[in-house]
Design a protein around this ligand. Structure first.
Ligand code: GRF
Length: 191
């Protein structure tokens, strides 16, 4: 193999965070993005993988229920860490047990606020705006058996002005994601 610590990125959508991770770890001496795993054959992240020469693998939604075939694939690919970058399925328990403290997620809000069921994508920023929060941000955290519950690795915040809209809040949060996700993953893995 490549002698590096191998990451599998799981993503269901556009994959702008996956792209930042791919860029950041390109030619990294110790860490490699080995593959992109998706549950969505139409996801733009697959295009990004292709354009960057990164292998990808699509599994059916059902495969993420028992997790058997996905786990077999990850073990075969000698994956050390899983990084969730906009992955919309729940991670099966067998995968969590096999990758204890080695599955990292990014959430576009300051957990424990605005997490849990239905809190993904624009819904998160709508809820933040509705609640008239003065601060929002990102949470990079470990994944355990309960949704959005794992130990926090890092949080970064930004201020919300009265003039901010749901869209501008989303832009501010995405800027934090693109700036901090990859270096935080690197620091966590190498520490
Ligand atoms: C990000 O907001 C991330 O925090 C959340 O899903 C979104 C993925 O966006 N978990 P992208 O596909 O990386 O652009």
């Amino acid at each position: 193999m490549n002698g590096k610590i191998n990451i599998a990125i799981f993503a269901s959508g556009s994959g702008s965070n996956a792209a930042c991770l791919i860029d950041y770890f390109n030619e990294h001496p110790k860490i490699a993005i080995r593959t992109i795993v998706s549950n969505n054959a139409q996801a733009y992240v697959l295009e990004r993988a292709k354009n960057n020469g990164i292998a990808s693998q699509v599994f059916k939604n059902e495969d993420f229920v028992s997790g058997k075939s996905v786990l077999k694939f990850l073990l075969h690919e000698k994956i050390d860490y899983i990084v969730l970058a906009g992955f919309l399925r729940k991670i099966p328990d067998n995968m969590i047990d096999n990758f204890q403290n080695k599955i990292i997620n990014i959430h576009p809000a300051l957990l424990p606020k605005f997490g849990g069921k239905g809190m993904y994508g624009i819904h998160v920023h709508e809820a933040v705006k509705q609640a008239e929060e003065k601060l929002t941000g990102i949470t990079i955290h470990l994944v355990d058996r309960i949704f959005d519950n794992g130990k926090h690795i890092a949080q970064y915040s930004c201020e919300i002005e009265d003039t901010d809209t749901v869209e501008t809040i989303a832009q501010k949060v995405q800027a934090l994601e693109h700036r901090y996700f990859a270096p935080t993953v690197e620091k966590y893995i190498l520490c």
